[in-house]
Ligand binder design. Sequence first.
Ligand code: PMP
Ligand code: GLU
Length: 399
Amino acid sequence: MLAERVKKIKPSPTLAIDSKAKAMKASGIDVISFGVGEPDFDTPEHIKEAAIKAMKDGFTKYTAVGGIDPLKDAIIEKLKQDNGLTFKREEILVSCGAKHSLYNIAQALYGPGDEVIIPAPYWVSYPDQVLLNDATPVFVKTFESDSFMVRPEALEAAVTKKTKALILNSPSNPTGMLYDRASLEKIAELAVKHNFYVISDEIYEKLVYDGAVHVSIASFNDEIKARSIVVNGLSKSHAMTGWRIGYAAGPSDILKAMTNIQSQSTSNPNSIAQKAAVAALTGPQDFVVMMHGEFDKRRKFLVGQLNTIPGMTCRMPAGAFYAFPNTAAIYGRKFGDRIIANSTDLALYLLEEAKVAVVHGAAFGDDKYLRLSYATSLEDLKRGVERIREALGNLKDGS
Ligand code: PMP
Ligand code: GLU
């Protein structure tokens, strides 16, 4: 008999779609994948070299559970330079990806009776990590007309005596929303007033466009910093998804608890990947700038094209690498006898008929949308968009 908690969760839908697309590709089908959010660029050479050197030097043993000091110091320096945040080593924990950092937070903070506020649309793992720790996710809807920023009054209305934390993600996966300073200041005021933690997932901070600026909520004052845990990682910024290095920074008592949890689960993150991460954070950053420029071009192309497809409208995302078109006008249309009633039907139809993998909005808590990752070549974006246009053109009126 499996434990009760297992019944409450589902596999990560983004990873599930990715494995389905990969299986179709392996069987010889020409699938274009806008599914999983992962940079298509290779990890920069100097980062790989650092890993090779680590192996050759025999840096292949256990390390300190929470990460080696040179990596903690590189993270401390990064948080200072980029985010205006000052941390000590005991306030940092390096984990096996930002997902693992978030999971350690969930284990350290959430328990039975606790409520964790999650603005929707949200990234797929937030609710399930809350559920795995026997706490309750409380969703606060956000609206396209507000650029998907949570309304402070809606946030405050969701706060109860049981509220333990709020999970913020700016720039956002899946919407591409980026909070401006004023909106974040209002959220910070509420966190201090009602005394709840803010888990600030900043993994897409390097990917903001049109001159916009990413601001970390923890940077406003000591009161909000004492209630914030900043999460970040190298997967997106340095095209290092497979290396599994993420980190959290926050109050030392919480970080100590998280480190204890990690010491009883995974132990240290991979020693070789830690050395690579030091090179990523302290070495040349021209790769980050290059990748940003490429994503920006793709963003403009994809969103521009999606807005020419009948039935779709798409906001220009301010950050991350996802387009999040509103596809509600398509629901109710038919392909033969098959009715496309919701985002799940539409994503399946596109995968089967157009051979294009996208993620259904329902996976992120809003059925009106689809998510398309544009972390893929311009060539594939062009081909994929034409396939989507054609497949949607084949749908007939449902009535
Ligand atoms: N947060 C968000 C919002 C994400 O999209 C992802 C997906 N990669 C992660 C965290 C986790 O990233 P990783 O575990 O690869 O560091
Ligand atoms: N964060 C990526 C995505 O949303 C990777 C998949 C995952 O970690 O679930 O597609």
